[in-house]
Design a protein around this ligand. Structure first.
Ligand SMILES: [Zn+2]
Length: 196
């Protein structure tokens, strides 16, 4: 693939008019194909950030931080910047960022997966706060915390260790995973249940 070859050139500044990516793309643990990328998404990419969290990627998102603040956090936490904002290009020595070109969330996700050569996704993180989900939480412990029909239909639940949100395996999440799998070619990292 033309784009892939561009992106994988080592130790070279790369500019792609299609994606606006420059700099060497780091693929940590690429031999293992593990989703080790950690992201920070700009204010225009909130939906993409939630989708990445649903696919298990540690993704920060703020709707109210300046470009400079995002960059600072990215550098402090070694996060890959996802942005729709060409103003990012003004920063000197900027590396590890992807200028996302599409307005469509699915296309944005495919751009990201393709550009970074990501092969696998994993168990979801909390879509609300990016926290890690822990389980399995027994049904009795979520009574009153989830809608009654959900309580009646599901046995196992997961809980966000940061904000306490309760998650369960639902048809919506299954369809999402299947769609992503079919379109992107990503495979699920393990057989733990993903969540809704
Ligand atoms: Zn949470």
């Amino acid at each position: 693939m033309h784009l892939q070859n561009l992106l994988l050139q080592k130790n070279k500044k790369v500019m792609s008019s299609e994606l606006g990516v420059r700099n060497e793309i780091k693929t940590p643990n690429s031999e293992l194909n593990t989703p080790t990328f950690r992201f920070i998404a700009d204010a225009m990419l909130g939906r993409l950030a939630r989708w990445l969290r649903m696919l298990g990627f540690d993704t920060l998102y703020y709707s109210d931080k300046s470009d400079a603040s995002l960059l600072k956090i990215a550098r402090q936490q070694d996060r890959f910047i996802l942005t729709r904002d060409t103003h990012f290009l003004q920063f000197k020595n900027l590396s590890d960022f992807l200028l996302v070109s599409s307005n469509n969330t699915l296309e944005q996700l495919i751009e990201t997966i393709t550009a970074l050569n990501i092969k696998e996704f994993s168990i979801s993180r909390c879509t609300k706060c990016n926290g890690v989900l822990v389980g399995s939480v027994e049904r009795e412990r979520v009574k009153g915390l989830v809608p009654e029909h959900i309580y009646m239909h599901f046995d196992k639940f997961l809980k966000c260790e940061d904000c306490g949100s309760i998650y369960w395996e639902g048809s919506h999440m299954k369809r999402f995973r299947e769609t992503i799998r079919r379109i992107s070619g990503l495979t699920f990292k393990n057989e733990k249940p993903a969540v809704n």
